[in-house]
Design a protein around this ligand. Structure first.
Ligand code: ADP
Ligand code: MG
Length: 320
């Protein structure tokens, strides 16, 4: 059976050419050319019950999260969110689900100035699909923009969502109130669009991806698209505080932070000499940023822990 990315390559790639398509399948958003020097950035993501979230998850968090995962892809291209559509499949149309769902959805939409312009509603197993549209300048951040010698940077912290999933499946014992606090914090992440847009305006910043499948897997996409290698320093990863307080073994902590999915933080690369400008930007936006490695010309991804090469047993997340 093909993996998720092989499946897309085998059955769905190769039909994205047209004079209006500036960038087709393979990045966080597709880009359609508009007039002058602007493009329309488009992305879509689905959240399915039992796959992307546990049954009986707070609908308010689902509303927020279903838009956030899409805005995270717009951020990865440095695009400014404009509008979105919502396709909702629901087993039952109850006020007790729809009211908090809409509250969470519009909390983020209004904050980001992103308008709901259409969608589709039907009966069925709970599934939420959003397509989001943003405007980007001609020179977007792309997975293909990394250069040998660039530093690798990541916003926020990693591993909280993976930790919540461990707890949700009962592989980590926590009480009910801690479980619900992990759920809230891991699903109500900050949106990085405003920061990413300004990052994109810096002329030397050309490469980013959002971390949806774990930093190792997503950095791998950058390396493949940019035709470069990287050294990733696991001991420098910004681990969520809860990983330190709840997981005793260092190896397990690193595994969750490096391979666990759905952090929805931004990974970007920059020439090292420009680091100071970006750190000013981070302070302005109150976005914590950590340097976690370096792009190399070696064509391979090497993982280091305290200066020593490591070969972890875990693998990047794929749906199949
Ligand atoms: P992301 O995690 O940023 O949403 P993915 O890694 O899931 O992106 O997908 C990689 C690329 O494959 C993206 O450009 C996405 O739009 C594209 N893609 C995913 N599924 C399909 C599909 N069924 N048909 C066409 N393109 C797809
Ligand atoms: Mg993405």
């Amino acid at each position: 059976m093909p993996g998720e990315f092989d499946l897309i390559r085998k059955y769905f790639s190769g039909h994205d050419g047209s004079s209006r398509v500036e960038l087709g399948i393979g990045d966080d958003c597709a880009l359609l050319k508009l007039r002058r020097d602007e493009s329309l950035a488009i992305t879509t993501d689905t959240l399915n019950e039992g796959i992307h979230f546990f049954k009986d998850t707070d609908p308010y968090l689902l509303g927020y999260r279903s838009l956030l995962v899409n805005l995270s892809d717009l951020a990865a291209m440095g695009a400014d969110p404009m509008a979105f559509t919502l396709s909702l499949s629901l087993p039952e149309a109850t006020d007790s689900f729809l009211k908090p769902f809409a509250k969470g959805l519009f909390e983020l939409a209004d904050e980001e100035g992103c308008a709901l312009i259409g969608g589709n509603t039907s009966k069925g197993p709970l599934s939420i699909t959003i397509s989001a549209y943003g405007v980007s300048c001609a020179d977007t951040l792309r997975r293909s923009g990394a250069k040998s010698g660039d530093g690798i940077y990541v916003t926020g912290s990693l591993g909280l969502c993976a930790l919540y999933v461990e707890a949700g499946y009962g592989r980590l014992k926590v009480d009910k109130s801690l479980l619900s606090s992990l759920c809230y914090k891991s699903m109500h992440q900050p949106c990085r669009c405003a920061f990413a847009k300004e990052l994109c305006d810096l002329e030397y910043s050309r490469c980013a991806i959002d971390i949806s499948d774990g930093i190792v897997g997503d950095l791998g996409h950058i390396l493949e698209c940019s035709n470069v290698g990287a050294d990733l320093w696991l001991d420098k990863l910004p681990l969520a505080d809860e990983l330190h307080s709840l997981i005793k073994e260092e190896q397990k902590r690193l595994e969750l932070a490096a391979f666990g999915g759905c952090d929805y933080e931004l990974l970007f690369t920059l020439p090292s000499e420009t680091e100071d400008d970006v750190m000013d930007l981070c302070e302005e936006h109150d976005v914590p940023v950590t340097k976690v490695g370096i792009i190399t010309s070696s064509q391979e991804l090497r993982l280091f822990n305290h200066g020593k090469i490591v070969r972890p047993a875990a693998k990047p997340f794929e749906h199949f």
